[in-house]
Structures are given as C-alpha cells and as structure tokens.
Design a protein around this ligand. Structure first.
Ligand code: ATP
Length: 669
C-alpha cells in the first residue's frame, strides 16, 4: 500500500471516530454512510466491480432508448473535455456504466480504475464516489482525489450530475473522470458546470422526445434566452394537464405549490404533479398556448406564476399534426420514402424501418444484422438517403475483402511517399472519403483484430491519422456497420473486441430473412418490373413459377431471388416466366399442388427442410463443391449460381478448407 493510501485510511478512521475533517459536508455525510449504513471497512482496498457482458446487456437494453437520446449530448461533452484527459461515463440509476467514451490507448489503466463500460459505481460497494454519491443525494458534485472513500480510487477526480426522467425520478448519471488532475478541488469546478449543462440538455431532449406529440412549454426568466436556453420545460396534453417536466420545472412547480399553501401542496410529491392543470401553477390556459409560438417577439410572451405572480417568458411547440389546437391523436409519423420503399405489408420490416426512421438524423452508430443477401447494405443506403447527410457520400467498405497488408492505407489514407509503393499523390482513405456522410462497414465481424483497435480509436475520437502524418485529421462520419455473424459469439471466442461492439451497436437493426417475410410476392413483382424481354415488354410470372418461388427457402435471400429472376428473364422465351424458366434447384422444389396456386407464406419451407444450397447436413460444403465444380471453379459464376456474393463464397471456401486453383481446387484439410 502506498503512503498516500495509508494516510487516507488514517483520516477515514479518525472521521469515523467523530474527529472533525476539512471535507465538504456532502463528502463527510457520505463517509458516514459508507461506515454506518453500507458497512464498508476503510482499511479494505476494493477492486472496481465490472459486470459480466450478459448482465451489462440487461442494463443497456433497459436504457436503450434513453442512451439513444443522450448520445449526441454525451459525444459533444466528450469532445469538449477529451483533450483535458477526461473519460465520460453515463450510468443508469443504479450506478452501472451503460455508455462510455474514453481514449482506447489507455484502456487497461481505465479498466483497472473502473472507468469503463459495465463498471458499477453504486456507493454501497464503491464507497464515496461521484456517481454513487450523486445517486444518493440527487445533486451534482465533484468527488476529488482523497474525497473518495476507498483508497483505491484516490488518484481519480470525478464529476457527476443527475439526469431526471420526465416524472422526477432519477434516470441516469453523467460523469466525467480523469486518472490524473491538479491537487486543488477548485480545478474541477468548471468541469462541474459543463457536466450540469449537458445533463440538463439530455433531460430536456428526453422529455421532448418522449412527449413529441404533445404541447411543449419552455420558460425562462429572460426573453432573450427563452428560445435558446429555456430553464424550465413542461409537457402538457390537449386538455391542459401536466404530463412531464424537466427537473428545474419540477422544483419550480413544487415551490409554487408550497407557496400556495397546504391545500395544493398536499400530496404534491413529484408524481403528484402529473395530471395537475397548467392553470393551477400559471396564469395560463391550454387555449392560450398557440399565442406563445416563435411568431410573437419573445418579450411579448409574458406568463405569470399563479401564486407568486413572478414573470416568466414562454415559447411553445405545438403537437406536430394539430398546429394551433389540440383535438385528435396524431397518426404515427409516415416513414421517409427511401425506407418505405423497402417492403410492403411485412410486420418485421415495418418494425425495423420505423426504428431506423427515428435514428436517421442521430449521430448514433447503427449495427445491421441479418443473413447474407437479406438487404443490409440496401437498408444502410436507405437510412443514408433518408437523412440530412443524403447529399454527402455513402462509402461502403467490405471489411472481409480488404487485403490485410493494404487495409491501413485504404481505410485511413496515407501521405505522399509514406512508404515504398505509395501513390505519388498520397491517398485520402475511405474514412475521410466519407467525411460529412456515412461510412458503411460491411462484414464488420470479419475485420482483423489489430484493425479493430485502430477503428475503435477513430470512432471514439472522430479523427484519423493517415500514414506518414503526425497530426490527426478530424472527421465527421455516421457509421453503419453490418454483419451476418453473431458478434456476441465472436466476442466470446476472442475474435471481436467487446468495446468495439458496444461502440458500433448504438442501435441494432435486425433484418428478417426473406423466408420470414410476408411480402415475397410484392418483392418478386418489384424485381421483375425492372426487367424486360427482348422486345422491351415487361415479364409476368406463371402461377406455377410463383408457387415455386414461394416454396423455396432462400438461403441467399434477396440476392438469390434477384439472381434467380435474372436467370429466368434470360431464358424465358416469351414475356411469361414459367416453372421451366427457373433455375433447376427451384424447379425441383415446387410441390405438385403448387401448380394450382401459391402456398401461403406460413407454409413455405425453411432451408433446414430443403435439400438445396448451403443448408443441408454437409453444412453446405458438398453443395459449394458441386457448384464450384459445375462452374469450372469459377468463384464468380458459382456465387451467381448459389445466389451469394463472391466474398461469401470465398469466406465459405476458407471455412471448408477449399483452395481455388487454376485447374480446380484442393482441400487444405
Ligand atoms: N428491398 C429491396 N428491394 C430490391 N432489391 C433489394 C432489396 N434489398 C436488397 N436488394 C438486393 O439484394 C441484393 C443483396 O442486398 P445487400 O447487398 O444489401 O444484402 P446484404 O445483406 O448486405 O448482403 P451481404 O451479407 O452478402 O453483404 C442486392 O443486389 C440488392 O440490390
């Protein structure tokens, strides 16, 4: 044990014995709780408590929507303080870190100090600390160096602020911490103001997001600030009843209620405020709210508190589909056109696209999962096209296909002459190509580990250092990653970095397999609508052919379907595609009764029931060899035949130990 730790323990023991200390009252009170209520022994040095991945996932899932809303604020705050050596933690109301941003270079030190995803900072076991003590008191505070109870934590400085939900309950704690800091506690007071400011903004964003279909009333003491930085924010329904508020508004309402006497104040703990009438607190009725829009100069939007008469200035946001007055519930918002164009009448697709629609203009990284060919890149492009970045580049990167030796330069770029063989003018790199737009990382599960570490840095810091350059270049990208792999399994197998997983999976969008979709007929019609016969006429599909398509299991999903239709259009002799015009493997599967009409979607065979491509007892190996052999070991032709892309075929060849050679193939094992 170090000398400082021994001295710290002495001070704790003396304080527990009743000796006076020079600590702030909130710290003294927390030390007392640690000893007498949490029964923590000052002489025991505790390791930080980091949750297992499974338990962390439970905490993160419960906070998912909140974390989405908070993410922009969290990233903005991190950018402001990262250069000063801080990391940023967002914990849930129990003290578990559900979001984290820090410099990956210091991962090990940060993890050892408990400044990491999954760290549990509840006061009951971590002792006095910014997060835990903030949860206990409900107030923002700095816990600086030896303010910490546990001597393990005394090198740290931590500053935390609470974030309340719209009903006054603690929702989260925002914390910035540093491994090293100047000795005076005052050095952290500016940090405290920063954290409080961002916590307030997150609280308001959460409130406005939650009640976006209701009246939002913003209030401030100054007309100049009411439109830009309102102190108090309330959500009100069409009948003028309070639905929710930020914490400052809650305090204001409670003070006002107390000032009006026991009659109104009785039972007005925070939950009791919900459902009260706006007119109970303000000289204001719901019918007045349209007057307080931005159309009127702020100085003329005066509102008085009902009891005290205190003047405030208001700005109101009307519910979206009922401007001016509240009458009926608005319909669910329409999907942006690029997302609506992806499906028709399929519940799983409706759910995925509705979720994607909410996220198009956030900074959050998205992870799209789904079987090969199910349309992951297509969805990523639609998200890009639906958002504010649509006019900027969409840059796809196939992480499985980049040769490892070239990958650094391809992704991050290089300066002229950075290495032998470098292009004379240098290279911008795909990450910088995507500046202002979207970087689509396809097959992220196949990215080599060393590159994952580099990528993590780029995502955390939003800057790139091209080879041969000493200074990083800031980059503004929206990252969408995709994989057909189960990344949690990859993490368990040590092939994928857990922290990168959490970084790219701000939200996970899981695409259904084609065999699970109910809009196959529509998709088929859409795909053949774009294909014409030799005379330029549109193709149509016979009932038997349609039934055969409905009966197939589509292991290669939409890609396989598009390829099958390409083939059918090429061989069909008239504008009508018959059963005979489909690839052989589809014809063999058409059940006899299919001739009479299409099978219902529910009756479609699953690939595991089928003798066809890549799903049989050989796990696809025999079929892959057969397809390659039939195509003279031409990988592109075999990929077309199987309805897969070349990368997938190469990957499966590697998995089955197949090596393509000029005259054929050999087995490695
Ligand atoms: N909704 C759709 N409408 C029409 N075509 C689509 C749709 N979704 C995907 N496709 C087509 O299906 C093929 C596969 O789509 P995409 O490349 O997006 O799949 P993927 O899941 O990213 O595949 P992989 O896992 O192999 O990378 C592409 O040719 C694409 O044009």
């Amino acid at each position: 044990m170090r000398r400082e730790q021994a001295a710290h323990i002495d001070e704790l023991v003396r304080a527990a014995g009743g000796a006076a200390t020079r600590r702030d009252a909130v710290i003294q009170e927390s030390w007392r709780r640690c000893v007498s209520e949490h029964h923590l022994d000052p002489e025991v040095l505790r390791e930080p408590c980091i949750l297992t991945a499974t338990r962390l996932r439970e905490h993160r899932d419960a906070m998912e929507e909140f974390t989405h809303t908070a993410r922009f604020g969290v990233e903005t705050l991190y950018r402001q303080v990262a250069g000063l050596g801080y990391v940023l933690l967002l914990t849930d109301a129990k003290g578990v870190t559900v979001d984290f941003i820090g410099d990956p270079t210091f991962d090990n030190n940060l993890m050892r100090a408990g400044l990491y995803l999954g760290a549990d900072w509840n006061e009951q076991h971590a002792g006095t600390c910014a997060v835990g003590t903030c949860i206990h008191t409900g107030e923002a505070l700095v816990v600086h160096q030896t303010d910490h109870f546990d001597a393990t934590h005394i090198p740290l400085t931590c500053t935390a602020a609470p974030v309340y939900d719209p009903f006054g309950a603690l929702a989260a704690v925002l914390d910035i911490s540093a491994l090293r800091s100047p000795e005076p506690k005052e050095s952290q007071f500016l940090a405290l103001q920063f954290v409080k400011g961002v916590a307030n903004k997150i609280e308001t964003a959460n409130l406005v997001n939650r009640f976006r279909r209701e009246w939002i009333v913003k209030l401030a003491a100054s007309p100049e600030f009411v439109d830009v930085e309102p102190s108090y924010v309330l959500a009100v329904d069409g009948a003028g009843r309070l639905l929710g508020f930020n914490n400052a508004a809650r305090q204001l309402l409670l003070r006002e209620a107390a000032g009006q006497g026991a009659g109104l104040a009785a039972g007005l703990a925070a939950p009791g405020l919900v459902g009260r009438r706006l007119g109970d607190f303000f000289q204001l009725d719901v019918d007045d709210l349209p007057r307080f829009s931005h159309a009127l100069p702020a100085a003329q939007r005066l509102v008085r508190l009902a009891g005290s008469g205190t003047p405030l200035f208001a700005a109101t946001l009307a519910p979206p589909s009922r401007p001016g007055r509240a009458i009926a519930e608005p319909a669910a918002p329409a999907l942006p056109a690029p997302l609506a164009a992806l499906f028709r009448d399929d519940p799983a697709m409706r759910q995925v696209t509705a979720r994607a629609a909410k996220l198009v203009n956030t900074q959050m990284s998205l992870l799209i999962t789904g079987e090969t060919g199910s349309g992951k890149e297509y969805l990523a492009k639609a998200i890009h096209a639906a958002g504010a970045r649509a006019a900027r580049p969409f840059v796809p990167v196939n992480c499985a296909a980049l040769p490892e030796s070239l990958v650094e330069g391809e992704l991050f770029g290089y300066e002229a002459g950075a290495f032998t063989g470098a292009a004379a003018r240098g290279k911008k790199g795909l990450v910088l190509e995507a500046d202002g737009g979207t970087l689509f990382l396809d097959e992220i599960g196949d990215m080599p580990l060393p590159l994952q570490t580099r990528l993590l840095r780029v995502l955390a810091e939003r800057e790139v250092t091209p080879l041969g350059r000493s200074k990083p270049v800031p980059v503004n990208i929206r990252v969408i990653a995709a994989t057909h792999r189960d990344l949690v399994d990859e993490i368990k197998a040590g092939r994928f970095r857990e922290d990168l997983y959490f970084r790219i999976s701000g939200a996970v969008l899981a695409l259904p397999a084609l065999r699970e979709r109910r809009d196959l007929d529509w998709l088929v019609s859409r795909l053949i609508a774009g294909r014409c016969d030799a005379g330029g006429a549109r193709f149509s599909l016979s009932e038997a052919a349609r039934a055969a398509l409905a009966a197939h299991g589509w292991p290669g999903n939409i890609r396989e379907l598009a390829n099958a239709l390409d083939y059918a259009c090429a061989v069909a002799e008239s504008g009508m595609i018959g059963l005979d015009d489909l690839p052989d493997r589809l014809q063999g599967l058409a059940p006899e009764r299919a001739v009479g009409g299409a099978l219902p979607a529910m009756a479609r065979a699953r690939p595991s029931d089928l003798p066809c491509a890549l799903a049989g007892p050989s796990n696809g190996r025999d079929e892959l060899i057969a397809a390659l052999a039939a195509q003279g070991w031409n990988v592109s032709a075999a990929a077309r035949e199987l309805g897969l892309d070349r990368t997938t075929v190469h990957r499966r060849m590697r998995r089955f130990g197949l090596v393509a050679q000029r005259q054929g193939a050999s087995l490695i094992s």
